[in-house]
Design a binder for this molecule. Structure first.
Ligand SMILES: *Cc1c(COP(=O)(O)O)cnc(C)c1O
Length: 235
């Protein structure tokens, strides 16, 4: 194994330990948290090293990068996640390649995904991205409009709306991140009683390299970690 690959394997072990510690503090089992390794900064060799270390949930933020890497790594068993904005004209090509779309951010996109799912006779698991911080550079649904949107989302029968996703505020540090994550959990808890059976909202995708431990304490079931996995492994 190359030195860089060894470093990645060590980083994975360190991140998994931090996941276990945070889960323990929260009184949760470590296996209730799924690690999605975010690979937008790296190429296929680093993704192979991640897979060797047992990280086979891989997240990309740009659809074109995801398509390319899926092709380059067709020999590796990977579950691909799209974590960034999906334009509707890229949905058709993206859909068959991913196991979960974290970043469904408009009703129109959900409608398009539902139509494509009907055509391909499959169910599509999605998370609804919520702009919990109100940061105008971020995409996502506005929290207070979600209750009125849920009935319309429930009418899209080929979507499995499994949960919510958010990115914490860029400013305000870890304490602000904790408030953002708690807000997403509370929003989910408020919406849940209104949901149809296809809208389970079980998953909370929140937490990145700087704050995933806090996100786990606040109820994250999926964390999206990039740079912490590649420290010392990039030239
Ligand atoms: C890049 C990215 C991440 C990972 O960020 P790191 O700080 O490198 O861990 C997580 N989620 C989204 C949506 C991203 O774009």
């Amino acid at each position: 194994m190359s030195q860089h690959a060894e470093r990645i394997v060590e980083n994975v072990a360190r991140v998994r330990q931090r996941i276990a510690d945070a889960a323990q503090r929260a009184g949760r089992a470590a296996d209730t948290v799924r690690l999605v390794a975010v690979t937008k900064y790296v190429g296929p060799d680093e993704i192979r090293a991640l897979a060797l270390a047992g990280c086979t949930d891989i997240g990309e933020s740009r659809p074109q990068d995801l398509w390319r890497k899926v092709e380059q790594l067709s020999d590796v068993a990977i579950r691909w996640h799209l974590i960034g904005h999906l334009q509707r004209n890229k949905a058709r090509r993206t859909l068959p390649r991913v196991s979960l779309i974290h970043s469904a951010d408009s009703l129109r996109l959900l409608e398009t995904l539902n139509e494509l799912a009907v055509e391909s006779a499959r169910h599509v698991p999605v998370l609804l991205e919520v702009n919990i911080s109100g940061d105008d550079t971020k995409g996502g649904f506005v929290p207070h409009e979600m209750a009125s949107l849920l009935p319309r989302i429930s009418e899209l029968p080929h979507l499995e709306v499994c949960g919510l996703m958010t990115i914490a505020s860029r400013t305000g540090g870890r304490e602000q991140a904790r408030r953002d994550f708690a807000k997403l959990r509370e929003l989910r808890d408020d919406l849940r009683p209104e949901c149809s059976p296809d809208v389970t909202l079980e998953e909370l995708s929140m937490g990145m390299s700087d704050d995933f431990d806090i996100a786990i304490e606040e109820g994250a079931t999926i964390i999206r970690v990039g740079s912490a996995l590649f420290e010392g492994a990039l030239t």
